[in-house]
Design a protein around this ligand. Structure first.
Ligand code: ADP
Length: 337
């Protein structure tokens, strides 16, 4: 698809260059021909105006003939040179245009590739629970001796798959929702309140694993969307809880540094391998070697949503980790001006 776009753009660039080059050559040809003609005219006039005492071995008619021949030869030579010049420009501009077309279209191609990958991943993830449900229902329908308790079990399992579908479609919607148009509703947001609300929402999960969440938070404000910021912290807290052992501690800090609000979420969990760190914010990325991958629920969308929320607020998010000891997620958002 992009190959033909490269060629079309190349042809377009070459066309522009050639229009300029040919127009320039035509003007040059006209001016030069006139100059040559006028030069030759001056020469013949000068010869004609010599005194009669000077004798020539040719007549004035011969002179006029020579003038016309000279004019034709010079014009032809000029024409030929300009044609060679334009052919050279054509060859050079074709190469340069193809290179430029590739450079122009590469970011668009990468974006389309990423979008296609995302659509394929999303479709795959949405299909998995649907296939599981379909298979279970088909098997049950073939079973003539299906009891009420079997049906209950089937419905329970179906409900679980529906829960996954609901989570996935919700996460996909969020990815589409955190876009620039939310910026128009930005208000001053108290960070301490955001952290309090997120901590309360995450506390049920934390209590199940006897994990304590500690906070060291200064009174700070950023310009933003409160609900999105709460969502952001819930994602980080949920992960910290999911990937931490029981009875561990998660700490949240918020302070200002270099005109930015800095928030950190630190856990004492399994950590993230250095090779996984650059990818954890990619959509659908889950650390591959995690032995818990099958056990710990998730689709690898949480951190992609977190990144989108932070970028919406003009900030950055990064992670540091020591496998086996824990991870620190750091968010930096510009202070309300
Ligand atoms: P999910 O948790 O649903 O798999 P995320 O996008 O939230 O998806 O996280 C991507 C991956 O990053 C996770 O699969 C996990 O391997 C890793 N990760 C994220 N947060 C942590 C954490 N606090 N400790 C260890 N690993 C983490």
């Amino acid at each position: 698809m992009f190959h033909s776009a490269y060629l079309k753009l190349t042809a377009f660039y070459v066309l522009i260059v050639m229009i300029i080059s040919v127009s320039f050559s035509l003007v040059l040809y006209r001016i030069s021909s006139q100059e040559i003609g006028q030069g030759l005219n001056r020469q013949t006039s000068a010869i004609r105006s010599l005194p009669n005492s000077v004798h020539f071995s040719f007549s004035f008619d011969d002179l006029e003939q020579m003038r016309l021949e000279q004019l034709a030869t010079s014009s032809n030579r000029l024409k030929l040179n300009l044609i060679y010049f334009n052919l050279l420009i054509l060859v050079l501009s074709s190469g340069a245009s193809y290179f430029l077309a590739k450079r122009t279209l590469r970011p668009i191609e990468e974006m389309v590739d990423a979008q296609n990958r995302f659509t394929a991943d999303a479709s795959h993830e949405l299909r998995t629970p649907l296939t599981a449900m379909k298979t279970e229902i088909e098997i049950s329908m073939r079973d003539k001796s299906l009891s009420v308790s079997d049906v209950r079990q089937l419905l329970g399992s179906n409900l679980e798959e529906i829960g996954k579908l609901e989570y996935l479609s919700g996460a996909l919607l969020k990815l589409a929702r955190f876009k620039d148009d939310l910026k128009k509703d930005f208000r001053p947001v108290e960070i301490a309140e955001v952290i309090k609300e997120a901590t309360e929402k995450a506390s049920k999960l934390a209590n199940e694993k006897s994990i304590s969440i500690e906070g060291k938070v200064k009174k700070l404000q950023v310009l933003g969307d409160r609900q999105s910021l709460v969502e952001l912290l819930i994602i980080l807290l949920d992960n910290a809880i999911k990937y931490s052992p029981e009875k561990s501690t998660i700490s949240i800090e918020a302070f200002t540094k270099d005109k930015q609000v800095v928030m950190t979420v630190t856990d004492e969990g399994q950590g993230i391998k250095a090779s996984d760190l650059p990818h954890i914010f990619d959509r659908f990325y889950r650390a591959d070697t995690s032995r818990n991958k099958e056990k710990i629920a998730g689709y690898g969308l949480g951190l992609a949503i977190a990144k989108q929320i932070v970028e919406l607020h003009g900030g950055t998010i990064s992670a540091e980790s020591h496998p086996g000891q824990g991870s620190v997620f750091t968010i930096k958002i510009p202070l309300e001006s």
